[in-house]
Design a protein. Sequence first.
Length: 389
Amino acid sequence: MHDKTTCPICKVTKARPILYSRRLPTGYVFRVSCCVDCGYAFQDSITPEQYHLMNTTYLQYSSAMATQEIETTDLYKQAGLQMEFIDRLRPIPNGGRVLDIGCGEGVLLAYCKEIGIIADGVEPSLSHTAIAETRTDGAVYPMFFEDPRLEIDGYQLITLRHVLEHVMDIHGFLDKVRQSLSTDGVVYIELPDSLCPSVFIAPYFVPEHISYFTAASLKRLLSQHGFTVIRMETFRDNPQGTMNYPVIRVLAKKHETKPIFLMGGPIEYIDLVDTFDKYFTDRRRLLDDLDKKLRSNNFDRGFWVFGAGYHSEILFAEMPEWLGDVVGFIDNDVSKHGKTFLGKLVCPPSVGNEIRVDRILLSSIHEKEILNGLMNLDWTSDTVILSIY
């Protein structure tokens, strides 16, 4: 337990049990607590200033798929599964308007265009926006959805795909979503299922995630903001590709009755505690096995890490003893090249053409794509590549 905090959902103020707490190498204290009254788990350690600083990283995201045939990517297949789910329950009428919030490089916009739907997007990264604009006949707004300059409405469908868990003011955000929908509009939400965490850590415990929802806490939040659930289910995010982990997906419609708030309770909190305890046990076992592999041969030469982001930051918070054996980081993001990350130099994948790279540890949610890219490089023929998952 720690000092009293106010739950963002039910507004009850009291001391709360901590589900997760860790100080990251950068000094940031990353802590998740749970409201026993309503069952909502949230990051209670973040300040508005830290949230603003975190948002600036989204502005700096660089394009990763600008030259790819987007139709062959896992993300495009994922968009197809999401739109098929929506179409089964609430087909978009002819001429219907779609808005994808956090549209990235416009993958869902491109899928909509392929099936004859004009979709708009909202995306804060300017490099992503530039790519997304080439993939839709609609508009792409280069800003955060919360930006007061963004005044839009009349959409039959708004999609929030792995967005809501990143938002600090979820009440103001959902109110604006509701205002932006047409009278018969629906919202599609997809986010990680906190009752089904796996050792695939990236979708779960990262500082970017403010909220940790269960199906019940998400349903209560939607009801509080004037939405009725049409269908809610747990699902494997993209069974055909790399991003394959348990999520909650829900389609909800606006209702005109007075919003109600349904309380949760200790049982849901106990479920979360039990789930997270098992997660940490499994995670420890995975890292111990990986430690043995790292030390199995030529450990004295150290190793490189592919991925200079939150995934690695959390990994080395768990295994700080590894950091001394890291030669450097490799990353595809050109904006990171030549800079330091956790005290080590960040290099492009071409570093292997200049110096010997004996071993690489993949530390990213995009392991499949990275591994395929490395296997196509001449210098990796004798390199040992270790995968976390």
